[in-house]
Design a protein around this ligand. Structure first.
Ligand SMILES: Nc1ncnc2c1ncn2[C@@H]1O[C@H](COP(=O)(O)OP(=O)(O)OP(=O)(O)O)[C@@H](O)[C@H]1O
Ligand SMILES: [Mg+2]
Length: 255
C-alpha cells in the first residue's frame, strides 16, 4: 500500500509546489510509481509538470464532485512513472460545494483509498490556507510534510498548522503522522538562513529532514519549461537536493 503525503503549510510561497513537483519526480526517477495530486486552484503543480491547466477536460474539481471518474481525470506519465491529477481555478468553487456534501472531509480519502494499491507514493500539493480542501488532503494522507522557508517569519503560523494537524488526527484520521519539516530556499551566503534553521531546530519538536533545499535559480526557472528539476537541469544543486530528499523520504518508511 502506497504512502500518501500531504505537502502543507498555510503560509504562501514557502516552496510547497516546488517540493511536491520535484519530490514526486525524484521518487519517480528512483523507479517508484508516483501519483501527484494538485489540490491548489492555482494549479502550479499541474503547469509545473508540463500540463496545460486550462486545456485539460477533467480536473480534481470534477472528480471531487463526482462528475468525472478517476480514469478520465488522471493524466498518465507526465514524466516516466509519474501520473497527475490536475487542477485549475475551477477548484476554488469546490470549497462552497463541498460544504453541502455528506462526509465532506472524506471525499478525497474515498478516492485515494482506491488508488493506493496502484502507487508507491501519492504526493498532494495543498493550497496556502487551512480550508476544506486542505482538511480533505490531511484526512486522506498517511503523513504530512511541511516546507519551511528559511526567512525571518519562518515559524509564524506553524503552531496553527500543527494544531490543525492534531485536530484532524483526533477527529478524522487517527493514523496521520507528521512526516517532518523540510527547510527550503536556504541561502548559504546569508547568516539569516543559518539562524532560522538553528532557531527552528531549537524550538520545534518535530522531525526535521537532514536535506536542506538551497535557493537555486534553476528551481525557479524549471516550472516555466513545464519540467521537474531532474529533467530541466539534472546536475543543478536543486536537483541534487530533491534527490536526497526523495531518498530520505524512502528511508523514513523503512524505519
Ligand atoms: N529552492 C528554491 N530556490 C529558488 N526559488 C524557489 C525555491 N523554491 C521555490 N522557489 C520559488 O519561490 C516561489 C514560491 O514557491 P512555490 O510556488 O513552490 O511555493 P508555494 O508554497 O507552493 O506557494 P503557494 O503558497 O502560492 O502555493 C516560486 O516562484 C518558486 O519558483
Ligand atoms: Mg503552491
Amino acid at each position: 500500500m502506497g504512502r500518501i503525503i500531504a505537502v502543507a503549510n498555510q503560509k504562501g510561497g514557502v516552496g510547497k509546489s516546488t517540493t511536491a513537483i520535484n519530490l514526486s519526480a525524484c521518487l519517480a526517477e528512483k523507479g517508484k510509481k508516483v501519483l501527484a495530486i494538485d489540490i491548489d486552484p492555482q494549479g502550479n503543480t499541474t503547469s509545473g509538470l508540463g500540463v496545460d491547466k486550462n486545456g485539460v477536460e477533467n480536473t480534481l474539481y470534477e472528480l471531487l464532485l463526482g462528475e468525472a471518474d478517476v480514469k478520465k481525470t488522471i493524466v498518465k506519465d507526465v514524466v516516466e512513472n509519474l501520473d497527475l491529477i490536475p487542477s485549475n481555478i475551477n477548484l476554488s468553487g469546490a470549497e462552497i460545494e463541498l460544504i453541502n456534501m455528506d462526509d465532506k472531509e472524506y471525499i478525497l480519502r474515498k478516492i485515494t483509498e482506491k488508488l493506493r494499491r496502484k502507487y508507491d507514493y501519492i504526493i498532494m500539493d495543498c493550497p496556502p490556507s487551512l480550508n476544506m480542501l486542505t482538511i480533505n488532503a490531511l484526512t486522506a494522507a498517511t503523513s504530512v510534510l511541511v516546507p519551511i522557508q528559511c526567512e525571518y517569519y519562518a515559524l509564524e503560523g506553524l503552531s496553527q498548522l500543527i494544531h490543525t494537524i492534531d485536530l484532524v488526527k483526533d477527529r478524522l484520521n487517527k493514523k496521520l503522522v507528521m512526516e517532518g519539516v523540510v527547510f527550503t530556499m536556504y541561502d548559504a551566503r546569508t547568516n539569516l538562513s543559518l539562524q532560522v534553521v538553528e532557531n527552528v531546530k531549537d524550538n520545534l519538536e518535530q522531525n526535521i529532514y537532514k536535506t536542506i533545499i538551497p535557493r537555486n535559480v534553476r528551481l525557479a526557472e524549471a516550472p516555466s519549461y513545464g519540467q521537474p528539476i531532474n529533467l530541466y537541469d539534472s546536475r543543478s544543486a536543486g536537483a541534487e537536493a530533491y534527490r536526497l530528499l526523495a531518498e530520505e523520504v524512502i528511508n523514513r518508511e523503512d524505519k
